[in-house]
Design a binder for this molecule. Structure first.
Ligand SMILES: Cc1cc2nc3c(=O)[nH]c(=O)nc-3n(C[C@H](O)[C@H](O)[C@H](O)COP(=O)(O)O)c2cc1C
Length: 346
């Protein structure tokens, strides 16, 4: 896949996710093999007003590269202005969010709402392309609802606007995150596109990523929810794509070690208070399927001191070692997917 100077073979990309893909999570995913990482989306109006919290979302470290800043908004002027500010943070490229279905975004005419105003969408894209000298890409959905799927009409308009790649989440706005992503439509976009297509939606395993490449013929795949609490998915996907088999099978020790690493990074970047608080949403996915986890989870989400969080996680790891010796990990296998089964039985 080529975007500007960037040239990557079958890249596996971390999707932008609000409240998830902050610096700490991006760094982890990068270390586990993500080829490109995206920031959380950043409001063009907030960038324009210089809101500190929003500006901070655009900070990244050199070891995250290639790194992308995603912006959203509903006006050509605000988006062009925000893009200039975003460019000063030196991302590898800028992405425009035309896919967010949430009321707070689409309800204000931004994100997925622009699927109902293709001309305006194209004008916004063109104004951002004109404003900056780095590549500009778009992430969107296939249409507003099943009766108005218009991604194939939108595609040439975005290409004419100078967009250099398109990421397609195979759902409509109305579907939000329900049902399963429609990979057929992503395949149709690839058939018609003259720019790289990044396929997104419902990649939960390395096998799904391979299937997505094969089904759609896309140039890249993008993983969102499947990576939360599971950055190992990037390593596994790269192994399957490059070596033909998944070799990395994380066990509870690996999962707990990464949860602790994530917490440390979170505290480094957000400070003790927010770094600890914001990690609370991640523990359940890191520990998913492990034995007697609910009690531990309850403790973790009440604890304010990150040193104590680490102690709780380490104590739980010792419990898991004990369950393993007693052969008790086996009884929890039914909760787990295939890879995780190997995780507890190995
Ligand atoms: C918690 C959460 C936050 C998200 N935030 C963003 C965002 O800021 N920008 C964006 O383009 N998409 C956002 N998305 C959508 C994802 O990037 C992705 O398109 C979607 O989750 C489908 O991919 P998946 O099935 O791999 O999760 C978000 C999704 C989730 C679950």
């Amino acid at each position: 896949m080529r975007i500007g100077d960037l040239h990557l073979e079958q890249p596996v990309i971390l999707a932008p996710m609000e409240d998830v893909t902050d610096r700490s999570f991006r760094k982890l995913c990068k270390r586990f093999g993500a080829d490109i990482v995206y920031t959380e989306f950043v409001s063009s109006e907030a960038i324009r007003r210089g809101v500190d919290k929003s500006l901070k979302k655009m900070l990244f470290d050199q070891d995250e590269r290639p790194a992308v800043i995603q912006i959203f908004g509903n006006s050509e002027e605000a988006m062009a202005e925000a893009a200039v500010v975003a460019e000063s943070y030196k991302p590898d490229y800028i992405d425009i969010n035309f896919g967010c279905p949430a009321k707070k975004v689409a309800g204000k005419g931004a994100g997925a709402a622009l699927l109902r105003e293709p001309e305006k969408m194209a004008r916004i894209a063109a104004s951002v392309v004109r404003a900056v000298s780095i590549p500009v890409t778009v992430k969107t959905r296939i249409g507003w609802d099943r009766d108005s799927i218009n991604i194939l009409d939108i595609l040439p308009m975005l290409e004419d606007a100078g967009i250099q790649a398109i990421a397609v989440h195979g759902r409509t706005r109305s579907e939000m995150y329900r049902g399963t992503a429609d990979w057929d439509w992503i395949g149709r976009v690839k058939e018609h596109a003259h720019i790289p297509v990044i396929a997104n939606g419902d990649i939960w395993s390395a096998e799904d990523a391979l299937a997505m490449f094969r089904h759609t013929g896309a140039d890249a795949v993008m993983i969102g929810r499947g990576s939360i609490g599971n950055p190992f998915l990037f390593t596994q996907t790269k192994e399957l794509l490059r070596q033909g088999a998944v070799k990395t099978v994380p066990d509870f020790r690996d999962r707990i070690a990464v949860a602790i690493e994530h917490l440390r990074l979170s505290v480094t970047f957000k400070g003790e208070k927010y770094g600890t608080l914001e990690m609370r949403r991640h523990y359940s996915t890191y520990l998913k399927g492990l034995p007697r986890v609910s009690r531990v989870r309850d403790k973790l989400v009440r604890e304010n001191d990150w040193h104590n969080v680490i102690d709780i996680l380490k104590a739980y790891e010792a419990d898991c070692e004990h369950y393993l010796r007693e052969g008790k990990l086996r009884e929890y296998a039914e909760y787990l997917n295939d890879h995780s089964k190997k995780l507890v039985l190995k």
